[in-house]
Ligand binder design. Structure first.
Ligand SMILES: [Zn+2]
Length: 106
Protein backbone atom coordinates (compact mmCIF):
# COMPACT_ATOMS: atom_id res chain seq x y z
CA UNK A 1 0.00 0.00 0.00
CA UNK A 2 1.30 3.43 -0.92
CA UNK A 3 0.05 6.31 1.20
CA UNK A 4 0.57 9.98 0.58
CA UNK A 5 -0.52 12.78 2.86
CA UNK A 6 -1.34 15.48 0.37
CA UNK A 7 0.32 18.85 0.90
CA UNK A 8 0.59 22.10 -1.01
CA UNK A 9 3.37 22.04 -3.62
CA UNK A 10 3.79 25.83 -3.30
CA UNK A 11 4.04 26.42 0.46
CA UNK A 12 4.23 22.87 1.89
CA UNK A 13 1.14 23.37 4.05
CA UNK A 14 -0.90 20.30 4.99
CA UNK A 15 -3.98 22.40 5.66
CA UNK A 16 -6.06 21.77 2.55
CA UNK A 17 -9.64 22.51 1.68
CA UNK A 18 -11.74 20.15 -0.48
CA UNK A 19 -14.40 21.77 -2.61
CA UNK A 20 -16.96 19.34 -4.03
CA UNK A 21 -18.61 20.47 -7.27
CA UNK A 22 -21.76 18.88 -8.67
CA UNK A 23 -22.99 19.72 -12.15
CA UNK A 24 -25.97 17.81 -13.53
CA UNK A 25 -24.76 15.52 -16.31
CA UNK A 26 -21.08 15.73 -15.26
CA UNK A 27 -19.26 13.47 -12.83
CA UNK A 28 -18.69 15.04 -9.41
CA UNK A 29 -15.40 16.87 -9.12
CA UNK A 30 -13.24 17.90 -6.20
CA UNK A 31 -10.92 20.89 -6.16
CA UNK A 32 -8.24 20.88 -3.49
CA UNK A 33 -7.24 24.35 -2.35
CA UNK A 34 -4.41 25.27 -0.01
CA UNK A 35 -5.89 26.81 3.13
CA UNK A 36 -2.66 28.71 3.70
CA UNK A 37 -1.69 30.31 0.33
CA UNK A 38 -5.07 29.75 -1.42
CA UNK A 39 -3.43 28.12 -4.47
CA UNK A 40 -5.07 25.28 -6.39
CA UNK A 41 -3.29 22.11 -5.27
CA UNK A 42 -5.13 19.47 -7.32
CA UNK A 43 -8.43 18.45 -8.80
CA UNK A 44 -9.92 15.04 -9.33
CA UNK A 45 -13.06 13.50 -10.79
CA UNK A 46 -15.13 11.09 -8.72
CA UNK A 47 -16.19 7.86 -10.42
CA UNK A 48 -19.89 6.92 -10.28
CA UNK A 49 -20.57 5.60 -6.75
CA UNK A 50 -16.98 6.51 -5.90
CA UNK A 51 -17.96 8.94 -3.17
CA UNK A 52 -18.70 7.76 0.36
CA UNK A 53 -19.86 10.41 2.81
CA UNK A 54 -19.32 8.96 6.27
CA UNK A 55 -21.91 9.67 8.93
CA UNK A 56 -24.42 11.07 6.44
CA UNK A 57 -26.54 7.93 6.51
CA UNK A 58 -28.52 5.84 4.09
CA UNK A 59 -30.54 8.70 2.53
CA UNK A 60 -27.38 10.46 1.42
CA UNK A 61 -26.02 7.19 0.02
CA UNK A 62 -29.29 6.66 -1.85
CA UNK A 63 -29.06 10.10 -3.48
CA UNK A 64 -25.56 9.21 -4.64
CA UNK A 65 -26.83 5.99 -6.17
CA UNK A 66 -29.59 7.84 -8.03
CA UNK A 67 -27.19 10.53 -9.25
CA UNK A 68 -24.96 7.81 -10.65
CA UNK A 69 -27.90 6.56 -12.72
CA UNK A 70 -28.03 3.15 -11.11
CA UNK A 71 -31.46 2.07 -9.98
CA UNK A 72 -31.18 -1.07 -7.92
CA UNK A 73 -33.88 -2.58 -5.73
CA UNK A 74 -34.24 -1.04 -2.25
CA UNK A 75 -32.94 -4.13 -0.50
CA UNK A 76 -29.84 -4.32 -2.67
CA UNK A 77 -29.07 -0.66 -2.10
CA UNK A 78 -29.43 -1.10 1.65
CA UNK A 79 -26.99 -4.02 1.60
CA UNK A 80 -24.66 -2.04 -0.66
CA UNK A 81 -24.74 0.82 1.83
CA UNK A 82 -23.97 -1.40 4.84
CA UNK A 83 -21.13 -3.11 2.98
CA UNK A 84 -19.74 0.21 1.84
CA UNK A 85 -19.85 1.68 5.34
CA UNK A 86 -18.06 -1.32 6.85
CA UNK A 87 -15.50 -1.43 4.06
CA UNK A 88 -14.72 2.30 4.14
CA UNK A 89 -14.23 2.32 7.92
CA UNK A 90 -11.95 -0.74 7.79
CA UNK A 91 -9.89 0.63 4.91
CA UNK A 92 -9.60 4.05 6.51
CA UNK A 93 -8.32 2.42 9.71
CA UNK A 94 -5.59 0.71 7.67
CA UNK A 95 -4.73 3.96 5.93
CA UNK A 96 -4.40 5.75 9.29
CA UNK A 97 -2.12 3.02 10.63
CA UNK A 98 0.16 3.31 7.58
CA UNK A 99 0.10 7.09 7.77
CA UNK A 100 0.93 7.18 11.48
CA UNK A 101 3.80 4.76 10.96
CA UNK A 102 5.09 6.82 8.05
CA UNK A 103 4.90 10.12 9.93
CA UNK A 104 6.73 8.53 12.91
CA UNK A 105 9.55 7.54 10.55
CA UNK A 106 9.85 11.03 9.08
ZN1 LIG B 1 -0.03 26.61 -0.18
Amino acid sequence: MEIHRQKCQFCNSKRLKNVLVRNPGDPDKVYVQCHNCKELVASYVIAPLGYYHHGKGYESFLRGVHRSGDFLSGRNINRLYEERKTEEMAQFQKVLEHLNKKEEDE
